[in-house]
Design a protein around this ligand. Structure first.
Ligand code: SF4
Length: 383
């Protein structure tokens, strides 16, 4: 299917080294090294391998002064855009900033050192250092380490609101300092929470570029699937300016994070999605799953194409049709479509919303689908 024109949120552009995120720039893809940072050769090797796989920004773990010294050497040996996570030591900004293009801090971690000092002083320190060293900043809010002051303000069951309150507070503070070269991330290990927290934040601060990710996603393929579900629902609605797919893979396979990220972006653009997504456009929305080893009949691929051709006459109606490749995910994943099909070895199931309409041989499914589509159009026309 041809790429669709996704209406991206109008976030402001933020430069990270040689690239920009936000401001209508292509969604950037990031990854992280997993080598021991002090092993300069191995880390440079991995940075270059990840860059060769197509990474726009690569994060390096720096946890000590020795790591920071290694970073200085690594910087000399690569042109890749680098970032560092300050973890619990905000003062590390001063040591790493000269060698990287972006630094990340976690608002929930600013309480661990120099407890008597207000967080505002620490953020001002980080912003000043970033500005002086031509660095962007990521405000990285994580479900597992939310600012304790914010957690207490909301219901115990509500893990989303404290994350948003914390992120919004830091955005306002940075804006007040006149430092706007930042993005925000709001991460959780549950894709549905990643979707909700990012949607809500994007409503409150549509101008702030978002870095999307699902933490502890796990090993492929499950880790990719979890991440894909969150990204499908966000990127299809224009939310997200840079992404990271976090996978548990051996060091020499870290480039797979980039490959997976780029594949997910390409699939979303082409409407090859695992969950029903609504691109928010007033036109026919045909989506089909990207297919995987669970496909039981290769005819699925042909069917997806035939559905697209047969339904072309309905292009001006806001109707979603989902075509899924298997009986495992098909039944559940088509619930949110107006019409859903999923493929078994010898027949195709048809659904109208959540209602099952029956099983039909491959050669009979298109006329059945057309009859249902015509009925929906007739109802819309009369309404
Ligand atoms: S719907 Fe089934 S075949 Fe398609 S990607 Fe999902 S699991 Fe694979």
């Amino acid at each position: 299917m041809e790429p669709r024109n996704i209406q991206r949120n109008k976030t402001r552009a933020v430069r990270i080294g040689s690239i920009h995120i936000g401001g209508g720039n292509p969604v950037a893809v990031q990854s992280m090294t997993a080598t021991k940072t002090q092993d300069v050769d191995a880390t440079v090797g991995q940075v270059n391998a990840i860059a060769a796989a197509g990474a726009d920004v690569i994060r390096i773990a720096v946890d000590s002064r020795k790591d920071a010294e290694a970073l200085k050497e690594i910087r000399k040996q690569t042109k890749a855009n680098l970032s560092v996570d300050l973890q619990e030591n905000y003062r590390m900004a001063e040591i790493v900033a000269p060698y990287v293009d972006k630094i990340r801090y976690n608002p929930g971690h600013l309480y661990h050192h120099e407890r008597e000092k207000p967080w505002q002083d620490k953020v001002r320190f980080i912003a000043d250092i970033a500005a002086a060293n031509d660095c962007a900043v990521r405000v990285g809010v994580n479900c597992g380490s939310v600012d304790p002051d914010k957690v207490g303000l909301f219901d115990e069951e509500d893990s989303i609101s404290p994350m948003i309150a914390s992120a919004v507070e830091h955005c306002e503070f940075l804006d007040g300092l006149g430092f706007t070269r930042y993005c925000v991330s709001l991460k959780d290990s549950d894709p549905s929470k990643v979707i909700e927290v990012n949607r809500r934040f994007a409503t409150e601060r549509p101008d702030v570029p978002l870095h999307l990710g699902v933490t502890e996603a796990g090993m492929p393929p499950d880790g990719i699937i979890k991440t894909r579900i969150a990204f499908e629902q966000l990127i299809s609605r224009g939310i997200g300016d840079t992404i990271r797919v976090s996978l548990t893979v051996p060091n020499d396979r870290k480039g797979e994070e980039i490959v997976a990220g780029r594949q997910i972006l390409a699939d979303i653009a082409a409407g090859r999605v695992r969950s029903v997504v609504d691109f928010g456009l007033p036109t026919l929305n045909i989506i089909s799953c990207p297919s995987c080893s669970r496909v039981e009949n290769e005819a699925f691929v042909v069917l997806a194409q035939q559905v697209k051709e047969m339904t072309a006459y309905a292009r001006d109606y806001a109707i979603t049709i989902a075509v899924m490749g298997c009986r495992v995910n098909g039944p559940g994943e088509t619930d949110d479509a107006d019409l859903g099909l999923w493929c078994a070895p010898n027949f195709v199931n048809l659904k109208r919303g959540k209602e099952e309409l029956g099983q039909f041989p491959y050669e009979d499914i298109l006329p059945k689908l057309k009859a249902e589509l015509d009925a929906i159009i007739a109802r819309k026309t009369m309404a």
